[in-house]
Design a protein around this ligand. Structure first.
Ligand SMILES: Nc1ncnc2c1ncn2[C@@H]1O[C@H](COP(=O)(O)OP(=O)(O)O)[C@@H](O)[C@H]1O
Ligand SMILES: [Mg+2]
Length: 302
């Protein structure tokens, strides 16, 4: 695999030409006029909801390209926040390097504060939950399922979007209805399952299993629903190579499992500051992200 080297890592953007609205764990958001945002995907990596101190080279560009790929592929199911405006045209000329290949100009939406998680397989916290309760986030499942097993049908397990610095919290579907209403909840659930099914079916043709994923939605000023944030990236999803998949074992994955596994060998409380990532863990992680892009989309990093 060829790794691009012509771009320097970007840990934090420093655009002066637009007002900074805030920095998320991975993305920096700027206002473009009153109705749009510039979202810059940096090379920051968060694991266990803690931001690592070192950038992962090319990670932001990989994620940006992956999300673009899926937004285009799935746009027939639900409209998304992309505007198609070239990010370089909304910043100063000497800032173009910071946005090239890693930013999007999007419709500024009113975020729905419920994350739409869809699970097609038992994994991670879902597997733990199932062992303890025979259900995942309140969704009853048949008995006898094993770790990493495919579920009879994909399930929808919403989470409340946490304030900065807090962990997202699983909520029941009933709680989601209480928070955002029955109609909007039903629409989001149906769309999310549809998005997951189509994406998973496509990914299977590329030798990749999408074990689970998370979508975010927002409303425009007229109340129309849009898919926003990032979609089906290695950060928002659990990708497993189909060839290493075996029910009953923890499949190796293309996402940040590599860093997570390393972090589990360190003694730290999973609170900031994170231990300093060794160079080989950084390099291997960068490679994993790029491999996921190539395997899934057939595209090299642009
Ligand atoms: N079109 C949009 N309109 C408004 N907010 C958005 C839009 N797309 C994404 N966002 C928000 O921008 C932020 C992206 O930064 P990110 O690093 O993912 O943050 P977080 O740490 O909350 O995951 C998220 O809070 C996401 O909900
Ligand atoms: Mg996010």
């Amino acid at each position: 695999m060829t790794m691009s080297t012509s771009h320097s890592p970007l840990y934090e953007s420093t655009l002066k030409s637009l007002p900074l609205l805030g920095r998320g764990k991975v993305r920096d958001n700027y206002a473009v006029g009153t109705d749009k945002l510039l979202i810059v995907t940096t090379d920051r990596l968060s694991a266990f909801d803690v931001i690592m101190g070192e950038p992962i080279p090319n990670k932001g560009r990989v994620l940006n390209q992956m999300a673009d790929f899926w937004f285009a592929k799935l746009s027939h199911i639900v409209p998304n926040h992309n505007t198609g405006i070239d990010p370089a045209t909304v910043v100063a000329a000497d800032e173009a390097d910071q946005v090239k290949g890693r930013a999007v100009v999007v419709k500024r939406l009113e975020p729905i504060l419920v994350e739409a998680v869809v699970r097609g397989y038992l994994a991670g916290s879902g597997w733990k939950d199932y062992q303890a309760t025979a259900s995942v986030c309140g969704v009853q499942l048949p008995p006898g399922l094993k770790n990493a097993e495919k579920l009879p049908e994909p399930i929808f397990t919403p989470a409340a979007k946490a304030e900065m610095g807090h962990h997202d919290e699983n909520i029941t579907y009933d709680e989601m209805e209480r928070r955002i209403g029955t109609e909007l909840s039903a629409t989001i659930r149906a769309i999310s399952i549809k998005l997951y099914k189509e994406a998973a079916e496509y990914a299977a043709t590329r030798g990749i299993i999408i074990a689970d994923t998370k979508f975010e939605f927002g409303l425009d000023t007229r109340g129309e629903l849009f898919l926003m944030d990032e979609v089906l990236t290695a950060d928002s999803s659990r990708f497993w190579p189909a060839d290493g998949y075996q029910v009953g074992t923890n499949p190796p994955s293309f996402d940040k499992q590599f860093v997570r596994d390393w972090l589990e060998t360190q003694s730290w409380g999973k609170t900031p500051p994170a231990p300093k990532l060794p160079d080989d863990v950084i390099a291997k992680t960068a490679e994993k992200y790029e491999e996921a892009l190539q395997r899934l989309t057939g595209q090299s990093l642009a």
